[in-house]
Structures are given as C-alpha cells and as structure tokens.
Write a protein that binds this ligand. Sequence first.
Ligand code: LMR
Length: 418
Amino acid sequence: MDIGTQMPASAYFAAIYRFGFVAMFDHLPILPPDSILGLAAACRADTNPDKVDLTIGIYMDETGACPVFQAVKDAQRAMIDEEVTKAYIAPQGDDGFLTGMMGLVLGQERFQTRAAEVAAVQAPGGCGAVRLGAEVLKAAAPAGKVWVSRPTWPVHVPLITSTGLELSEYRYYEPATHGVDFDGMVADLQQAKQGDIVLLHGCCHNPSGADLSVDQWDVVAEMAVTQGFTPMVDLAYQGFGEGLDVDVYGLRTLVDKTPEVVIAASLSKNMGLYRERTGIAIFTGPDARTAEATASQAKAAARRIYSMPPAHGALIAAKILADQTLRQSWANELEQMCERINSLRVDFRDRLESTTGRDFGFIAREKGMFSFLGLTEEQALAVREDRSLYMLNSSRINIASLNQQNMDQVVEAVASVL
Ligand code: LMR
C-alpha cells in the first residue's frame, strides 16, 4: 500500500505489526486550525502576561470579560422555576422566540402586516441560520450562484458551499480608501441574475466594519428588483452599529421592495447568547404558500442535519422580547455597549494618529466590532511574535476587546511595525 505523505513510516509499520493492516483514520490528514478560533486558542496558550487578544468577535467590557446581560440573568432565573419539561421543542422552534425575533428584525408593524407571507425557523446560531437559508436556496435554484463580498466572514464559504451551491465574489472593501468600493460592487453585481443569491451583511460588516450607506442600500434593492436576484442578509450585529432600528434600514428596505429575502439572524452578540446557539432563518415571500414552502424546506434541512433546535437560548430570548421591562433593560445595556465601542473607536483613532502621525480616521467611521488596521500579514505576524498582540492575519481586530488597560500597548505595537 501507499504510505502517503500524512503517515510517518514508523506509524505505518507499528500499525501493521499491531493489527496486520492500516486503519482508515491513520490516513486522515490533520487540518490546520481555524483562521479565527485557532488564533484565539494560540493567544490563550501564550504565557506572556501582557498578551492582548483582538481576534474573535466577542464583546468584552472594560475589565476584559464577556458579560452576561442582566435581562438574560433575570429571564434565566425565572425560566428555572417555570420550566416543567426538557422534551423537544417544536422542530420549527419556539413560537414566542419566532414571533419575537421576526418583530425585532423586520419591525413590529411590518411583521404584523406581512405575517402571512413571512416564515421563520429557529436555528443553532447565525451559522445554523445561514446554512438553513442556503439549503432552501439550493432547493429552489440548484444552479444558482451565491455572490459574497470580497472579503466576507470566512465561515460563509464552507457554510454555503457545503450545500453544493457555487460562490462568486463581488468587490466590497477597498484597502486603499478603507471603505466600500461601491462602484466595483455595483459593476460586479450587474452579472447577478434571477436564481442567483447575493449575500449582504445587514450591518457592521465582518471583517471590515465598512457598511453601505442608506443610498447604497437603495441602489442594491433596486438592482435586486431589476435583475431578479434574491438578497440574503446575514444579521449578526443588530444594535452594534447605530441602534436596533437604524442598523436594519437596508434589510427592511430589501423586504419592502423585493419579492423575497432570506435573513439569517443571530443573538450571539447582541444578547450575549454566544454559547446558547440562538439564531433564526427568516424568509419573506409574496404569499402564504411560499412562506409555507420555505419553512417546510428549512425544517426538512434541519431534520437531516441536526434534527431539533436547542431550546435554552431561544426561551430566554422569547421571554426578554415579550416582557417590556426585560426588553428595555436588554436594549439599554446593548445601547451602552454600542456607545462604548464607538467611543473606543474615537479614542483608538486619536491615539494611533498622535503616535504614528498617520491617518486612521477610517476607524472612527466604521461600525460594529471589526476593523482592518491595514497591516500586511508580515506585520500582523510580527506583532504577534514580538509583542503577543493577536489579530487575524488580515489585520482584522475586534475593537470591543480594547480597553484603557491595553490600548496604549496596542498602539505602540502597531506603531512599531509601521
Ligand atoms: C468572528 O468573526 O470572530 C465571530 O463571528 C466568531 C466566529 O465564529 O468566527
């Protein structure tokens, strides 16, 4: 047999000696670590007491902790007393969660007016929702192409291509201007046609932080109508840009103007339910039959991939969204997080500019957790090696991991490689 490149000769002979043959896992290649999670793990393993982790997109407070929202604690406490069973919830998800989320994402009035034409299925996190959305798109248009922004969140690629759908990229972030290359985006999307899907980030673009303006969203909606492509919106950061309603202007415009939209929304970040895997796939269509069809397809996809949705996060969210006091407490805390990120952006820009004498104005213009610092991969590796400052190889940082303790250290590290 062929020993192959993955298996050392010594392991091959040891296997033959022990079992008489080489078992199949012995040939299995060891994959490289995930480009985001692997770096967060590398930072955890770093013994330098001055290390700084700006890798993964998790909101950290001033003390460097990822807080649990007070409303989540309260809802959870009440749930423990009220819960009478751990039987499965409905395959489509918890009704209170589904209606609460559709109201939050679409806006209560729009949701109520369009209720019969909207379908939703609970999903394990935003990833689960993207995958369910992609499964339904694949069932509807198997030869359709999915257009993703260049760059996009790297996990979009396997989530979508694992359904068998093909990807194409449209220009989005222009490093030279640190902003959206909207002319490039429009030129590329002019090739998107009926049966194609265009994946958009609802707000707080991951990885760039560069968002479309109101006018630009209007143009995209117009293009979807004229060309017949279906928009799909990944909404993982509602409330982290400018506010819960402002952040979904684009999404709601698409829902109002185009015949069908697929939305993958997550409460990982904006309700802090990261580990509870709390997401939803929403499908807006022209009529009740279409809504039923999309929901049935999404449910069938869920059944064949993971069977049932997890309950805990969804039940917490349902309680918070339905209870005026809890909802207000949650919205206030989220608003404070958003304000803190925006003030960190201004502070960071000022300190970078005064230390380096360069223009970092883009950092304060961007939205949400992420920003590309504009370092080369070599520079990003150098600050990791020399200063234990962890950012992605692309120089994406999580602004929400900055604080008054580490900011000067980060500024100095960045200045040292410029
Ligand atoms: C990120 O982009 O860092 C987050 O969305 C977390 C993840 O799963 O990658």
